[in-house]
Design a protein around this ligand. Structure first.
Ligand SMILES: [Zn+2]
Length: 703
């Protein structure tokens, strides 16, 4: 639920919205890869044919700007100017380029596997080949049109009672569709060794509660566009215009009621508020008008055992809605959920309409990605570790793992020293913090034990049924965990994911193979730049164990307060300063960063910089490295950090993210945290009067 990632790469199609929501839910974090290959201008081709990236390239900078006025522009201005967003993207940055590169690598792996015509039935090669080829077989897909969902449309049409609705929602959940709410297994937040059932709010087609409730003009316009999209989807399904309009309005109405009873994103950040463990009897008492017994029975779980009800208020609301809502509305809502979750795997008319709204209208994407990329993403989700295994065999050198282990050890030692020296924390809490730091598990590259896909059946020539098979496989695998011990060796991201995460209930930091590449990790770069990039990423993830959410978990991953009251109070006062700094940062016209929504990530960025800089200093053993290309080591450290976050982003996408993403925009990630740190201020001679200068009493010193 509270897994913290380094960033979220989001593309708002159904699968992606699922991923974004599920990023909160550790067991189902799927990688989200959407890529485009263009000239990798940051790479210089060496004579021997190997690709080396220059650690810091002056071409990428804009030295006409003062670092103190806009550090982000100073380091990245040149790059930003020369890297316009390709039409198929809503944003384009360092992460995107790695994705693109990865996508090509994965495609060549799939091609290699696909060439094995005699791959034995049931082998991983057969599954990857047939899944991918079925997705590329547009002739069959077009011929089938809406047929793949016809049976389910009829089933929905035949529902007669609210009992039928509850039961059918379970049927849809089994297929990876998520009307009304999410259901999944996850570690009990107060007993982190056991998996329990979880219910979590959901059921909205727009990205967030705000979209339904805000009264500004832009929000109202988006709502109209959403209803228009719903109408068009119903027409594609075969409804007459008038009926389609009626259904669309009914869905909008129901979703608005759901939104009103939902937690906001900020409320969702409080792990205690979102932990409400109860028995099935307790759930029935809390939300009596949804037939839970029937729901669980349909899932094949006669006795789910303990259930964590994430948002009690929401599930009470769902219960009320069961009574208030007529059958026609339920049918329209479930039909919409079915179409939305299926559109990308049906004929082109559905794919296009889906893109019109979720790609263009919501995120400002101009063009759809080529088919092979979209299909590759689906295969990479469905058979993630199977493809991941091939990926690391081909592309992940053992030496990278060794270097990471050393770096992580150095960072951990530096973080420990900093905790010991904190002037705001008492000895008692420090001791517990140090214990927690020492207990952090580190996972690098790929899992020790690969996922077994033998029970997933993939057949040639039926893309839609393969997608559903992969979802059912994933759902059942998760469902089977309920009531069993947590497998702490499991990974929540595939090795081919360009990202990293901290999982509080395992107290672990995880770095997939794909992030261990330039500009994050550059074997040819000087240490200063690597500490500024991957070093800060490591420090960022470690700090998540001590951010406003993570600090509420103990060394064993249990939600269990280990802070003295006064230390907690001082921590809160410090984080309030950070909230204010981000609240005041204007990104787009009048749009500000939301300092409360992004607090955990901002604490992690600031901590990551402090810890990594200290680790780097220690690694120097008192020596001062020579300047490189005219820059001191301290300067290169912060520049290495800044270039990780370079990006171009479309205004619509920026607006969407400011509402929904717990990460601050790249620009704010560069232009705020360093300005709280003495070594940065000194390295770039930042002075009062510079635009980004922060008065000493307003600076945040936390970790
Ligand atoms: Zn993070």
């Amino acid at each position: 639920m509270f897994v913290s990632t380094l960033f979220i790469k989001s593309f708002p199609t159904f699968a992606d919205r699922l991923n974004i929501n599920f990023i909160k839910m550790k067991q189902t974090i799927l990688n989200i890869i959407v890529i485009f290959i263009m000239a990798l201008t940051v790479f210089a081709k060496e004579k021997d044919g190997t690709m080396n990236e220059k650690a810091i390239d002056k071409q990428n900078m804009n030295t006409s700007v003062k670092p103190g006025d806009n550090f982000y522009e100073y380091v990245n201005g040149g790059w930003i100017k020369t890297h316009p967003i390709p039409p198929e993207y809503s944003q384009y940055g360092a992460f995107t380029i790695l994705y693109e590169d990865n996508q090509e690598k994965l495609r060549s792996l799939i091609k290699k596997v696909s060439a094995e015509e005699n791959a034995p039935e049931g082998s991983v090669a057969q599954k990857i080949r047939d899944f991918y080829n079925s997705g590329m077989d547009t002739r069959t897909i077009e011929k089938l049109g809406i047929k793949p969902v016809q049976k389910q449309l009829e089933e929905i049409n035949n529902l007669k009672s609210k009992e039928d609705v509850a039961s059918y929602i379970a049927t849809m959940q089994r297929k990876g569709m998520t009307p009304l709410f999410y259901f999944f297994a996850e570690a009990d937040q107060r007993n982190s060794t056991m998996e329990i059932a979880n219910l979590y709010q959901g059921g909205l087609g727009l990205p967030d509660v705000d979209y339904y409730l805000n009264e500004d003009e832009a929000s109202a316009k988006l709502r109209d566009e959403y209803v228009d999209h719903l109408t068009k989807m119903f027409v594609l399904k075969g409804d007459k215009q008038e009926q389609a309009e009626k259904s669309a309005k009914a869905v909008m109405n129901l979703e608005t009621k759901l939104a009103k009873t939902s937690f906001t994103r900020i409320e969702q950040r409080d792990p205690v508020k979102n932990y409400n463990k109860m028995s099935l009897a307790g759930l029935i008492e809390t939300a009596p008008d949804f037939n839970w017994s029937l729901f669980f029975k349909t899932l094949g779980l006669e006795d789910p055992g303990d259930i964590n009800v994430g948002q009690v208020k929401f599930f009470k609301g769902v219960s009320d809605l069961m009574n208030e809502t007529d059958m026609e509305t339920w049918k329209a809502y479930l039909t919409w959920n079915l179409l939305d979750a299926s559109a990308n795997y049906l004929s082109d008319d559905f794919v296009k309409q889906n893109f019109e709204f979720y790609g263009k209208t919501l995120s400002g994407q101009q063009e759809m990605q080529p088919r092979w990329k979209r299909v590759l993403e689906v295969v990479s989700n469905g058979l993630g570790e199977a493809l991941g295994q091939l990926y690391v065999e081909e592309y992940f050198p053992a030496s990278s793992k060794e270097r990471m282990v050393t770096l992580v050890n150095n960072l951990r030692a530096a973080f420990g020293d900093r905790i010991k020296q904190l002037d705001w924390m008492t000895g008692e809490t420090k001791e517990k913090a140090l214990e927690k730091l020492a207990s952090i598990t580190v996972k690098i590259g790929y899992p020790d034990k690969w996922r077994d896909y033998s029970k997933l059946e993939i057949i040639p020539g039926n893309y839609f049924s393969n997608v559903i098979a992969a979802r059912e496989f994933s759902f059942n695998r998760n469902l089977n965990k309920i009531g069993k011990p947590v497998d702490k060796t499991e990974w929540g991201m595939t090795p081919q994911t360009v990202n990293a995460y901290y999982n509080p209930s395992n107290n672990e930091i995880v770095f997939p193979a794909a992030i261990l590449q330039p500009p994050f990790f550059n074997p040819d770069a000087d240490d200063a730049v690597n500490y500024g990039a991957i070093g800060v990423v490591i420090g960022h993830e470690m700090t998540h164990g001590f951010d406003d959410q993570g600090r509420q978990y103990d060394k064993d991953g249990n939600l269990n307060d280990w802070w003295t009251e006064e230390d907690a109070k001082r921590f809160k006062a410090k984080t309030d300063k950070l909230v204010a700094l981000y609240d005041n940062y204007v990104v787009l016209d009048s749009l500000h960063v939301n300092g409360s929504l992004t607090l955990g990530e901002n604490i992690a960025d600031l901590g990551g910089l402090n810890i990594s800089y200290e680790a780097y200093q220690k690694s120097l053993n008192g020596e001062t490295p020579k300047k490189i290309d005219g820059f001191t080591a301290a300067q290169r450290f912060y520049m290495g950090y800044a270039q990780v976050w370079r990006q171009n982003i479309r205004p619509k996408e920026m607006a969407r993210r400011l509402k929904t993403d717990v990460h601050s925009p790249g620009e704010a990630r560069v232009n705020i945290p360093p300005f709280n740190i003495d070594s940065f201020i000194k390295a770039f001679d930042v002075k009062k009067g510079d635009r980004l200068f922060i008065n000493e009493d307003e600076r945040a010193y936390i970790w």
